[in-house]
Design a protein around this ligand. Structure first.
Ligand SMILES: [Fe+2]
Ligand SMILES: [Fe+2]
Length: 265
């Protein structure tokens, strides 16, 4: 049972396409009843057709009960979303992208007097960013001082080394540092000694029957022939991959639990 001293954050891994959106929408009411999260944050970088996000798909996630949306390397896939990223909507793209690029990298959402800062950062190994995420995180935390009770960082990165390093860099300074982008959940969720909930990758909310979201026969064709293939999103075996983080009113995490659920359960 939740009590007023406990804050619960539900973070949902990369929502992939319409199937991922329907999986989230279908499972969220039961997850709410079971876990009573104070805030729900979802990575939406694959929400529109499997790559990128549009205003319509972002609004669909928010209408389903998501409080804030984070993004990643596919943030700018659809031009039509740029104005929405520049609006007051609760959506963030990696903070260490060019300052002049559409959108912002952190925001604060409020509910019942609780303030949650949501920060999005990109790694630099095998994904592109303009500035190192490490000093970028320091600058954002300095900016957020006194403006939020809890802080959640979505570190969108490929390499586990960079992600683990970020976890240690932020330990004791944020409530949670969760990894996204690989679409594959890692088995290392834990609360670091300083009180930061950490997992290298939350995973994806979408078709487990594909190859990180793509129809497996198309992905395999590409690997087998090396001939470019037009990818399509898989519709097979949808799962929700998320983490539930509990924290005290001091902003420190006390637990992190992986929630890996098939859409049909
Ligand atoms: Fe993704
Ligand atoms: Fe990504």
């Amino acid at each position: 049972m939740a009590d007023w001293l406990t804050v619960k954050l539900l973070f949902v891994g990369d929502v992939v396409g319409g199937l991922g959106r329907r999986t989230l929408t279908g499972l969220l009411p039961a997850l709410r009843e079971e876990h009573e999260p104070d805030f729900v944050v979802a990575n939406g970088e694959n929400a529109a057709g499997g790559v990128g996000i549009t205003e319509k798909t972002a609004r669909e996630l928010l209408a389903a009960g998501v409080d804030a949306i984070t993004l990643g390397n596919h943030a700018y896939r659809h031009k039509e979303v740029f104005a929405y990223l520049d609006s007051d909507a609760p959506i963030v793209r990696p903070a260490n992208y060019p300052r002049s690029a559409p959108g912002r990298g952190h925001l604060v959402v409020e509910r019942d007097g609780l303030r949650l800062a949501v920060v999005n950062l990109s790694g630099t190994l095998f994904v592109e960013a303009t500035r190192s995420p490490f000093p970028e995180a320091d600058a954002i935390l300095a900016d957020l001082r006194g403006k939020a009770d809890h802080l959640l960082v979505d570190f969108h990165a490929e390499a586990t080394s960079e992600k683990v390093a970020m976890g240690w860099h932020l330990d004791g300074r944020v409530t949670a540092c969760v990894g996204t982008h690989t679409h594959v959940p890692t088995a290392d969720a834990r609360v670091l000694p300083g009180g930061t909930a950490y997992v290298s990758d939350v995973g994806m909310t979408g078709p487990r029957g594909g190859v990180i979201g793509v129809k497996r026969e198309l992905a395999l064709q590409r690997f087998l022939t090396m001939v470019p293939v037009q990818f399509e999103t898989s519709g097979e075996d949808p799962w929700l991959n998320a983490v539930l983080i509990e924290a005290g009113d001091d902003g420190r995490a006390t637990s992190i639990e992986q929630l890996l659920r098939p859409a049909s359960s």
